[in-house]
Ligand binder design. Structure first.
Ligand code: NAD
Length: 363
């Protein structure tokens, strides 16, 4: 079974990511080997509950645990103070203590909220992730970022809090809507572009297998993505340096999500447009070759991700929104660019006029 270890600082803060078809059936055994407490709060959302929560609950009960299910509404609205508060209430009402465990069963929304709940309840209790979207399997369940949203912005309240175990079963993806699959693929493409040219080419050549959800292709996709992210997080857990490379495409992507009111493009679609923008910028500055820029465009197009953004003519509005990013320091944007396909770097001093030109080409 592919296993990736995420090692953070001292070895005691390292944890495994187990990736295997059908592994969800083994959850009881995997947990009893690691968790001696009696209670589990199983956090999920309405959609995932309908498909999977009862099966997982039954497996956990058979393994001897008392399971309390906390069902969130589906979607970003669940990452709020309201549902965090309800989570604390439920934990206290059901008599949870520091020796108990919270398990996230769902996409990035469930993982982010459940992780923050685990990070803060009684100053931190054990946390296990079972991600069920592609985005969560390749991105949000790895690396320990947990958060809820504030009315002033996404993910503004949160903590770095690593889980003890991540269990990834590609079978969950069988029920995932296509648009959600594609949003995860955008992040997978990003890993190829920033860290592994061969992986980017693999994506270019295996669209059919990936869209047909063939096990071998999915396992490769997930394993390689997790390995790249784990390697980056190992070097820089708190995003003081190299972890910023994971934001390739996100500077423009976040601005597109914001100016369109988070209604038009989902995260992966906005990041896809952002990757096109950052790729063109890299090319204009003489780093990425035209051929490699074309490959980047081909991959984005191949997976049916958007290339440009339908957002009127207000390039200046989009430009200004770039500066609302949490990563902006002293009013300077930190661009993640491609030196070549498979190799990213950070650059801050980019002429604003050039950035405006790139944005004009995207809207
Ligand atoms: N912590 C991190 O490092 C990190 C990284 C990237 C994104 N995120 C966060 O992740 C969130 C987005 O995550 P997401 O894209 O997984 O969205 P999501 O959690 O909202 O899930 C997308 C939709 O798919 C449904 N769903 C989930 N699994 C399913 C399955 N197997 N079958 C059918 N339907 C299923 C959900 O109910 C939801 O409607 C955002 O809040 C973002 O900020 C966090």
């Amino acid at each position: 079974m592919p296993e990736i270890r995420v090692e953070i600082g001292e070895r005691k803060r390292s944890y495994p990511i187990l990736i295997e078809k059908g592994i969800k059936e083994e959850i009881g055994r995997l947990l009893t080997a690691r968790y001696q407490g009696d209670k589990i709060l199983l956090v999920t959302d309405k959609n995932v509950r309908a498909y999977y929560a009862e099966v997982i609950e039954e497996l956990l009960r058979k393994a001897g645990y008392e399971v309390v299910i906390y069902t969130l509404p589906a979607g970003e609205q669940a990452k709020s103070f309201k549902y965090l508060h309800k989570g604390y209430d439920l934990l206290l009402e059901k008599g949870f203590n520091r020796d108990n465990l919270i398990m996230a069963l769902g996409g990035g929304v469930v993982g982010d909220l459940a992780g923050f709940l685990a990070a803060t309840f009684m100053r931190g209790i054990s946390f296990v992730q079972i991600p069920t979207t592609l985005l969560a399997q390749v991105d949000s369940s790895v690396g320990g970022k947990t958060a809820i949203n504030h009315p002033k912005g996404k993910n503004l309240i949160g903590a770095f809090y690593q889980p003890e175990l991540v269990v990834i079963d590609p079978d969950f993806l069988q029920t995932l809507p296509l648009r959600e699959l594609k949003t995860g693929i955008a992040e997978v493409i990003k890993y190829g572009l920033i860290a592994d040219r061969d992986f980017a080419i693999y994506l270019k050549e295996h669209k059919e297998a990936i869209f047909n959800l063939e096990t071998e292709a999915l396992l490769h996709l997930i394993t390689r993505s997790c390995a790249i992210k784990a390697e980056i997080v190992r070097e820089d857990e708190k995003e003081k340096g190299v972890r910023a490379l994971l934001n390739f495409g996100h500077t423009i992507g976040h601005a597109i999500e914001a100016v369109t009111g988070y209604q038009v493009y989902n995260h992966g679609e906005a990041v896809a447009i952002g990757m096109i923008g950052a790729g063109r910028l890299s090319c204009k500055l003489g780093f990425l070759t035209r051929e490699d820029l074309e490959i980047l465009g081909d991959i984005v197009r191949l997976y049916g991700l958007p290339f440009s953004c339908r957002y009127g003519e207000d390039v200046e509005g989009l430009f200004q929104t770039l500066f609302y990013d949490k990563k902006v320091r002293e009013n300077k944007l930190r661009w993640i660019l491609l030196e070549r396909l498979g190799h990213a770097f950070i650059k801050s001093d980019i002429d604003n006029q050039l950035v405006r030109e790139i944005l004009e080409g995207l809207v």
